[in-house]
Ligand binder design. Sequence first.
Ligand SMILES: [Zn+2]
Length: 357
Amino acid sequence: MTKIAEIKEESPSLNLTVKIVTVREREYENDKGKGTYYFGIIGDETGTIPFTAWVFPPTVRQNDVVELRNCSVKAYNERLRVYVNSRSEVVLRPNDTMEVLRTYVEYKVKNLTTRDQYVAVSGIISGIQERKYSKDGKEGIVYNGFFRDETGTVRLSSFGVKLKEGLKAKISGARVQEYRGRIRISVNENSVITPVEFPEPQIPLYRITELANGISGIEISGICVLVGERSGLIMRCPECRRRVEGDRCEEHPGETPVKDLYAYFTLEDGTSTIQVSAGKDAMKGYTGLDVEELDYTPEERQSVSEKVMEKFLGKPVLLLGESVMSGQGLNFRALEVHPVDKNVISRVESLMKREVN
Ligand SMILES: [Zn+2]
């Protein structure tokens, strides 16, 4: 029998006795027809490893101890994974118990992906807000906030486990999820939060080509090469946040639309381009336009459109915000827009010299 900690390379055949830490099933379809496969995490006293089972007894459940005979190990997404296939044998050991040593791969915020569901991350906990909730008749407290390292910020939530504002911590066993194109992590009673010391991370500046998955708390800089003609002073439905062209939202005719400022433009930085949107708060600081002081009249709308064109078209800017995956691909939502000064130029210069990682 091999122990999980001894698995260091690919192998055509080995035998393991493991506990099923997590297991999920998924349908697949190929030229031979439809089927179900299973995947998750298996573990023993020495560690954990992901697995995929093409053939698996449907009676096997989470926390069961099983013997896997003649399974194989292959690399998938740069990580070793145990495969159970038609040559393998899965033997349930109903009377056995096993203590699993949980191990997690350490991730930087920018590399978090739902392909790896439970991970270890190190960073700063901030912006924590408490909220009461009730579910299935039980009352609880959820803590929502942010988790930041030198590569970006993700939303962090915790059901029940109190999170300390400003704590520099390593979280082992954080769960990675995706919601509306954004990655978020959550902690539960099985996660381990350990205080650690490291220098205060700077807000990272990215090349557009490096923006891969939805991460927030990052900066990009470039030139606004195209500005959307419909940018400017608009009306929005307060319920669905959609732009309203008439005086009522078609789906929410009972709601009174509210004024909003909005710009969308294409930013180019020499490595690539990205579509950017900026709302009223981001616009206010940079353009001086305050939505509260504007009237929704044709004259005012015209003058706002001209001001937006003047401040954005052909201008270099520094944007703080988040990359969001949508149906049209990756977009950037700007929360702050700043003019480019000497300090920004020197940061951009060192960024462009750096090796792509
Ligand atoms: Zn609406």
